[in-house]
Design a protein. Structure first.
Length: 97
């Protein structure tokens, strides 16, 4: 899903108050991280991912997570990435984009 700049800005503003739900450690990208992000996106739609280890590959790992979970990478700020995936079937969407 391609986001326009005003949609990206809206989601970034909503993500400021969120705490990171998924953490990527020194092992980097693993099946557990992908499963955790997928589950978090299903229930929350907007999720922060914090990189505590492997800080050199934040952009590469974020791009891999984006494609593995069929989500949209909203922003990367420092060692934190924000992902968004809207549930098209749910009538109770949290964010209407």
């Amino acid at each position: 899903m391609e986001l326009r700049s005003y949609q990206r800005a809206f989601l970034r503003s909503k993500a400021q108050t969120l705490d990171p739900v998924v953490y990527v450690g020194k092992d980097g990208l693993s099946d557990g991280v992908i499963a955790a992000l997928d589950a978090a996106l299903t229930s929350h739609e907007l999720v922060k991912v914090r990189f505590t280890g492997n800080k050199d590959g934040v952009r590469e790992i974020s791009a891999s997570l984006e494609s593995a979970t069929s989500s949209t990478l909203v922003a990367i700020t420092g060692f934190t990435a924000v992902f968004f995936r809207q549930d098209p079937d749910s009538p109770e969407r949290i964010y209407r984009i």
